[in-house]
Design a protein. Structure first.
Length: 707
């Protein structure tokens, strides 16, 4: 039994929500330009197309001026000779532009272009030709798939298999293993390869499949997203329709992070920003196709959403339990002890000394006595348990059916999901076939099972029970805008103080003025920093001296800084209060070219990049997310009471993250870096900052001295 976990909701984006792709996948009337019955691979593709049209009860029209018939059907010399209106035109020949001129007159609903040699090659000529194709499709009022795509979307699928998941891949080859799972008994609702995505892309197909009543989950292989707006639309549709989206995303780029100005930019590279987005929008990212298959199929087959975060394990082997618990716990899942009441009920059917706390070891004896299903019921009755994970195998014929019966009992309850996981090296066994035929969620190894449980716990219907995705931020379009100006430290601190972020007391001392007077005003000990034209990372240039306790130390530090500066480079000095104790963090804003502003918090100081302990969020995010960012850091343990030192002010850090969120939403900041932000017992203060603003930012960043 599988339960439809989705909810009814209004579409979140009107242009995409109105797009009906039904006739693309199941056309009534299709013309195939370049149809052939002997020339490979066009003969194979034509048979595939003809099979799809026949399954839809439609008509197919082969177009080829050099042939009289194709597989017994009379051909047409050109597209305009085909009688009547068309749902789909498939172009298999290389003369795409010439054919598109006829498409403009014929005005089909969809065009599918197989040929390559366009933008995927990276040439200007290819990109120009692709734009011409798109322009002609728009003139025809048709939606375009490709170019550089194949005919996977027209493959005849086994409609008898259920429940079903959809497949959207940018690579046809990488989609084949996903669709081949039909041989394992998994149902596929749709499969499309998007190619170059000149028009229709991943977002459009994810949206369509998310709204399809038969598609219970969506699996994707993605090499890159060309539009952050399209990515958001796809994720929003997944949330609005409670249809989980699982994907492999390859092509992580380090170049974008390496080119960033600040620590924030380097640590918030495009792949890190994508991970933050996926987490916030309940999109489950996996590492390979094997994991993608198992996680998506589990989501499609789940009979319920987890009502609690706890995970329980039961099997007939203590060794298996120990191994599985290690894998689940190391992935971050919670395996709480079962309640005393649950343990007492289990002890009535499981003899001592077998463990009944969690994991539960029935030793096989209980299964042979026929109480395996009762054990599953007892465990799933525990209110702390949201998911039951059950290893299954085919050890002995006498135990085979009890294992199946136990799994079926848990699945049939319909109040909590069960995930069964194989111990066998092959799916060619009776237990697997029985599980598959019964629709029980099944993973082929422990790692995939752990990933599937995480996906269930982060199901969009759990994360967004009202089916309302986050509101679109207004500052997104600014992320790749040209024209930026970087403020020096004094102006950056002033700009941030104007927006409510506290800084350590500091005074700017221009060339020729007395640093000693500034230090007297602030009070020793002090820090002195050289203010250099165009230099943001002063520590790396050796122009920072800390812990100066008197005028003599200050004078020596000033002279040392002057000695490492080039002529005309030193604008003056920043003399600041030396603030000791506490823990150094880094907070900032980066501009991701795909997703817009990204807010980050992490371990700070000079070793920030080496520690790589950060949490990111894209806009928008709520106060709860801001707190999760701070408390989820490894370094957050140092913010708690530590070796006799009182706890530090975590709430102050959360408040800073929320202020940065509001600053990012205003759309003026290209990049912002506060490092370190010193967290103390009471409050948090900026010790250094760099702010980069867009040229048209309306605020006045004029520097002022502060005490």
């Amino acid at each position: 039994m599988s339960l439809d976990l989705r909810v009814s909701a209004e579409p979140t984006n009107e242009p995409t929500a109105e797009l009906d792709l039904s006739l693309l996948f199941r056309p009534r009337r299709m013309a195939v330009v370049g149809a052939h019955d002997t020339r490979a691979p066009f003969d194979f593709m034509y048979r595939q197309l003809a099979g799809r049209v026949a399954a839809s009860g439609g008509e197919i029209f082969p177009v080829n001026p050099r042939l009289e018939t194709v597989f017994g059907l009379p051909t047409y010399p050109d597209l305009l000779s085909v009688p009547g209106d068309l749902d789909v035109v498939v172009i298999l020949i290389s003369d795409v532009l010439g054919t598109m001129q006829q498409v403009v007159e014929k005005r089909p609903k969809f065009v599918v272009v197989h040929a390559s040699g366009f933008s995927e090659g990276g040439s200007e000529a290819g990109a120009l030709a692709e734009r011409e194709i798109l322009d002609l499709a728009e003139r025809a009022g048709a939606r375009l798939v490709g170019p550089n795509t194949n005919m996977n979307m027209f493959e005849v699928l086994d409609e008898s298999l259920s429940p079903k998941y959809g497949i959207v891949t940018q690579s046809g080859h990488q989609g084949r293993p996903l669709a081949s799972t039909q041989a394992l008994g998994y149902g596929i609702s749709y499969w499309v390869t998007t190619g170059n995505e000149a028009d229709l892309g991943v977002a459009d197909f994810v949206d369509f499949m998310a709204r399809d009543p038969e598609t219970r989950a969506i699996a994707s292989y993605v090499e890159g997203f060309g539009s952050g707006d399209a990515l958001r639309r796809a994720a929003e549709s997944s949330i609005a329709n409670a249809t989980p989206w699982v994907l492999v995303k390859v092509g992580a780029s380090e170049e974008a992070a390496a080119a960033a100005l600040s620590h924030t930019g380097k640590l918030a590279g495009s792949d890190a920003a994508l991970n933050a987005f996926f987490d916030q929008y309940a999109v489950h990212r996996v590492t390979d196709l094997d994991e993608l298959i198992d996680v998506t199929s589990v989501l499609a087959r789940a009979s319920a959403l987890p009502p609690a975060q706890g995970v329980a394990v039961v099997s007939a082997s203590g060794g298996t339990n120990a191994h599985l618990v290690d894998v689940l716990a190391s992935s971050g899942l919670s395996l709480p002890p079962l309640s005393e009441e649950t343990q007492a009920r289990l002890r009535e059917v499981i003899p001592a000394p077998l463990n009944v706390t969690n994991p539960v070891d029935n030793g096989g004896y209980a299964l042979l006595r026929g109480v395996g299903p009762d054990i599953v019921d007892i465990i799933m009755d525990d209110p702390a348990i949201g998911v039951l994970v059950m290893p299954v195998s085919e050890p002995l014929p006498a135990m085979r059916q009890p294992i199946i019966d136990s799994a079926l009992r848990g699945h049939a309850r319909g109040d909590k999901p069960i995930v069964t996981v194989s111990l066998m090296p092959s799916t060619d066994d009776a237990v697997f076939r029985e599980m598959t035929a019964s629709g029980v969620p099944y993973a082929r190894n422990f790692r995939n099972a752990a990933s599937a449980v995480h996906a269930l716990l982060n199901h969009p219907a759990r994360r967004y029970p009202d089916a309302v995705p986050p509101a679109r931020p207004e500052a997104l379009e600014r992320a790749s805008a040209p024209g930026r100006r970087t403020l020096d430290e004094r102006a950056s601190l002033a700009w941030l103080e104007q927006r409510g972020l506290p800084a350590a007391a500091h005074v700017f001392v221009p060339q020729g003025a007395s640093t000693a007077e500034a230090a007297d005003r602030i009070g020793f000990p002090v820090v002195i920093k050289g203010v250099l034209t165009g230099v943001s990372h002063k520590t790396e240039r050796g122009v920072v001296r800390v812990g100066l306790r008197n005028a003599e130390d200050l004078a020596a530090a000033e002279q040392s800084i002057r000695s490492v500066c080039a002529d005309g480079e030193l604008e003056g000095f920043l003399v600041a209060e030396h603030v000791g104790g506490g823990v150094e963090l880094l907070v900032g804003i980066a501009s991701d070219p795909l997703l817009g502003p990204v807010v980050m918090v992490g371990a700070g100081g000079t070793a920030a990049e080496a520690l790589d302990d950060t949490a990111l969020s894209v806009l928008p995010f709520d106060d709860r997310r801001a707190e999760e960012m701070v408390r989820g850091l490894r370094v957050s343990r140092l913010l708690e009471s530590w070796r006799g030192r009182p706890a530090l002010d975590v709430d102050a850090v959360v408040a800073v993250v929320k202020k940065l969120r509001d600053i990012a939403a205003a759309g003026e900041v290209a990049e912002l870096d506060v490092n370190p932000l010193l967290v103390r017992e009471h409050g948090a203060v900026m010790l250094d900052a760099v702010v980069s603003l867009y040229d048209d930012a309306r605020t006045d960043p004029t520097a002022r001295s502060h005490r």
